[in-house]
Design a binder for this molecule. Structure first.
Ligand SMILES: O=c1[nH]cnc2c1ncn2[C@@H]1O[C@H](COP(=O)(O)OP(=O)(O)O)[C@@H](O)[C@H]1O
Ligand SMILES: [Ca+2]
Length: 471
C-alpha cells in the first residue's frame, strides 16, 4: 500500500520532462500556434520610416537598396551646365568617382543661337557625353535626363525658344543613351528655379525636415534673372496677395523630409546682372552713363539689342550711378499695390525667420571674388552688403586704363561695367530687397556635404524633388 502511494506521488510530482511534454501536448499546441502566428506577422510587417516622412515600406519597396542616377542640364542665360547626381533611397547623395556630383559647364548658352536651333542643341553634345560616361552602362536607359532652361530662353520667348527646346528634344532622342521625354525639356518658370535653389542649399546644409525658422533664405543672381526664396509661416502664407492669371504665385507648398514648407519665391526677369546692365543703360540712353568707367566708349549687346555704353565726360561716379540704378530697379514705384514691396511692384513676402540667414549665390559670389574682397578659392564667405558698396566706390574711382592692373582677376570684357555691376549689386540688396547694409550674409559657390563640395545651384533641388515625389 505504502509503496503504491509512493509511486502515485512520484507520478504526480516527479515526472520526467518528456513525460510532461507528452501529457500537456494539447495545451502546448493550443498556445504555440497563435504565438508563432504573431511572431510571423511582426516579422513581415512594413517598417515605419523613422525620418517622419510618413510610412514608407522599405522592405517591400522595389527600390530597396537602389541607387538612382539623375542627369540635369542647367541651360542658363550665360552658359550651359550639366550635373549628374546619384541618390540612394534615403535621398542621400552617393559618390560618383571621388565627388558627390559630376559638374561640367560651357559657354555660351542656348539663347546665343536664336536662329539656329540645331546648333543650340548640338552645343550640349560634349556635356552630354561627359555625363553619360559616369553613368554605369546598364543603368543608362533608365536614367532620366532633364533640361531646364532659365532666363535666356524666357527672354527669347515664343517661337525661337520653342524651336530650340524641340531641337534639344530631338537631339536627346537621337544622340543620348539616357531616358528622355519631351516633357522633361522645358523652360523652368522663375518660381520653380528659385524654389529648387532653396531646396539645394537647405538640403546641403542639412536643414530639410527642420522647422521653417531653422532654414536659410536664398538669393540667386543669374545673368538674366534674379530669384529670392525663403520659408515663411503658414499665417504669412495666407496673407500672400492674390495674383491675376498668368502671373507666378508668390507661395509654393513643399513637402520635404516629412516637413511642410511654405516658400515665398519670386523671380525678377530682366534683373539678372547682365540684363540689368541693359536696364541701367536704357535710363541714360545716348547721354553717357555715370556707371561706365572713365575712358570707355562703346556699346553693350544684350538679347539681340545694342545699347550705347560710354562714360560721361566727367567720368564714372558711384553716387550718380546709384541714382540711375535706383531708377532702373523701379524702387518706390507706384505699381506697388501690396502691403510691402521689394521693387517693380513685387510683394516682399513679409520677411521673418526664414530670411534672417541669407545665402547669396552666382554673380554676387563671382564679382566679390574677382574684385578680391573674398578669397576666390573658398566655397563660402561671410560678407555684408556694405562690402559691395566699398568695392563699387573703388571701381567707380578707377579709370579704364588703370582697371586691368587694379582688378587683375576681372575678365577684360567686364572691366568697363565693373562700377555698374557692383553698384547694382549693392542697390539690389539694400534698396531692392531691403537688407540692412551691415547685415551679415553668406556668399556661396559650393556647399560642403559629407566632406565633398557640391555646387550651390538649382539642379540638385530639382533632382531631390523628383526623387522625393517618387518615394
Ligand atoms: O552650378 C553652378 N555653380 C555655381 N555658379 C553657377 C552655377 N550655375 C550658374 N552659376 C553662376 O550663375 C551666373 C550665371 O547665371 P546664368 O547663366 O545661370 O543666368 P540665368 O540664371 O539668369 O539664366 C554666373 O555667375 C555663374 O557663375
Ligand atoms: Ca542660373
Amino acid at each position: 500500500m505504502e509503496h503504491e502511494k509512493m509511486v502515485k506521488r512520484n507520478r504526480q510530482y516527479g515526472d520526467s520532462m518528456p513525460d510532461k511534454i507528452h501529457r500537456y501536448r494539447g495545451v502546448i499546441l493550443v498556445i504555440s500556434v497563435p504565438v508563432l502566428l504573431i511572431c510571423f506577422v511582426l516579422f513581415v510587417m512594413p517598417k515605419t520610416d523613422s525620418m517622419g516622412g510618413g510610412s514608407v515600406n522599405r522592405k517591400f519597396s522595389p527600390k530597396f537598396g537602389s541607387r538612382n542616377y539623375a542627369v540635369v542640364f542647367d541651360a542658363g542665360s550665360s552658359g550651359s551646365r550639366v550635373h549628374v547626381f546619384c541618390l540612394d533611397q534615403h535621398l542621400d547623395l552617393v559618390p560618383i568617382g571621388s565627388d558627390l556630383e559630376l559638374f561640367r559647364q560651357k559657354k555660351p548658352g542656348l539663347s546665343a543661337y536664336p536662329s539656329d536651333p540645331a546648333a543650340a542643341a548640338n552645343s550640349l553634345k560634349s556635356l552630354l557625353e561627359q555625363a553619360e560616361d559616369v553613368v554605369p552602362m546598364e543603368l543608362r536607359s533608365n536614367t532620366p535626363v532633364r533640361v531646364g532652361a532659365t532666363a535666356g530662353l524666357r527672354q527669347l520667348g515664343g517661337n525661337a525658344s520653342d524651336k530650340i527646346l524641340q531641337a534639344v528634344r530631338n537631339f536627346l532622342k537621337s544622340k543620348s543613351s539616357l531616358k528622355s521625354k519631351a516633357s522633361w525639356v522645358t523652360v523652368l518658370d522663375g518660381s520653380q528655379e528659385g524654389a529648387y535653389q532653396w531646396v539645394t542649399i537647405n538640403y546641403l546644409l542639412g536643414n530639410l525636415g527642420r522647422k521653417y525658422s531653422d532654414t536659410v533664405g536664398v538669393v540667386d543672381l543669374g545673368g538674366g534673372s534674379v530669384q529670392m526664396a525663403y520659408a515663411i509661416s503658414e499665417s504669412d502664407a495666407q496673407k500672400a496677395p492674390k495674383l491675376s492669371d498668368g502671373e507666378d504665385t508668390y507661395v509654393q507648398d513643399m513637402y520635404l523630409k516629412g516637413a511642410k514648407y511654405y516658400l515665398y519665391v519670386h523671380s525678377y526677369l530682366h534683373y539678372g546682372l547682365l540684363a540689368a546692365r541693359a536696364e541701367i543703360l536704357k535710363v541714360t540712353k545716348e547721354s553717357g552713363s555715370p556707371c561706365i568707367l572713365t575712358g570707355h566708349h562703346g556699346s553693350y549687346k544684350y538679347g539681340g539689342n545694342v545699347y550705347p555704353a560710354s562714360a560721361m565726360s566727367q567720368g564714372s561716379s558711384m553716387t550718380n550711378c546709384r541714382l540711375v540704378a535706383l531708377k532702373a530697379l523701379k524702387v518706390n514705384e507706384s505699381t506697388c499695390t501690396h502691403m510691402k514691396c521689394t521693387f517693380d511692384g513685387v510683394w516682399n513676402g513679409g520677411g521673418g525667420d526664414g530670411q534672417k540667414n541669407m545665402f547669396v549665390a552666382s554673380f554676387f559670389f563671382d564679382r566679390a571674388a574677382e574684385v578680391g574682397f573674398i578669397d576666390p578659392s573658398v566655397a563660402v564667405a561671410r560678407v555684408r552688403p556694405f562690402d559691395f558698396e566699398s568695392a563699387a566706390r573703388r571701381a567707380c574711382d578707377t579709370r579704364l586704363d588703370d582697371a586691368k592692373a587694379t582688378f587683375p582677376r576681372v575678365n577684360p570684357d567686364n572691366l568697363p561695367y565693373l562700377c555698374m555691376d557692383l553698384v547694382y549689386q549693392y542697390t539690389l540688396l539694400v534698396d531692392g530687397f531691403g537688407l540692412d547694409a551691415r547685415q551679415e550674409m553668406t556668399l556661396v559657390k559650393k556647399v560642403k556635404y559629407k566632406n565633398s563640395l557640391v555646387e550651390a545651384a538649382w539642379p540638385l533641388g530639382s533632382a531631390i524633388e523628383v526623387a522625393s515625389s517618387m518615394n
